[in-house]
Design a protein around this ligand. Sequence first.
Ligand SMILES: [Zn+2]
Length: 303
Amino acid sequence: MRWEGGRESENVEDRRGESGGFTRGGFGGRLGGGGIPIGRGGLGIGGLAILLVVSLLLGVNPLDLIEGNAPQQQDQRYEQSQAPRSGADDELKRFVSVVLADTEDVWQAQFQQMGRTYQDPKLVLFSGVVDSGCGTAQSAMGPFYCPLDQKLYIDLSFYRDLRDRFRAPGDFAQAYVIAHEVGHHVQNLLGISDRVQQAQQSAGNRADANALSVRLELQADCLAGVWANQANRQKQIIEPGDVDEALNAASAIGDDRLQKQSRGTVTPDSFTHGSSAQRVRWFRTGFDSGQMRSCDTFAAERL
Ligand SMILES: [Zn+2]
């Protein structure tokens, strides 16, 4: 990806090295004015509602994190991420700032075409744990977007995981991660996230709520593709191999691939983000068309 020398967004909040409220209970620990007990089975309904409106990149089951069942690895990562920052980290910060600026330019233009005004989201960099408008979150959950404070959250150590654990290296894979979360911000501004949340609440069963989540997530992938297309039109950012990097990343974090890796079996009803093939297909759909209207995953018969 060609990004060196590009404009850096001013909407990056660097909270690395600050200690968030690191509670073993994890997400939800500080919600609702401290009124929500966390421990096993004790999460209040408010906490669950908020978990649903947080859009994660990965199909991590938030309940695993709430109940303290998350893998051991997390604690190690927490320590690692407290290590002094290197020049490489600063370069990564510049990189994400440029990508965020590229998303601002693209979405401002797209919203203008619709006669609307785009409000830039903030991007919060954190290490280990962070207090967000949606509660306390750990890096193990992966990058996420909180609609309540309109901020994207990422622990940059996730990019190491993306390269090593998910085998999805490359700067355009990294850009896709940001573009996907910004896609959730676009959905939030357009009122799509709210409508989905309401439909989920009236769905009555987990499988239907999950199916809606999959459509929302695949739409965010499609919007990431629209961004890649439009950013390339504006600034010729794409180099040979970049699109394959993004498609490979989309595939690497498909629910089927992640479930197979972690449990050895695949349960489609529990998908919240879509299969590898679906994630690839929707990023590609957005990328090939460059048009938001191609991203109507809610009307699509075949995902
Ligand atoms: Zn997402």
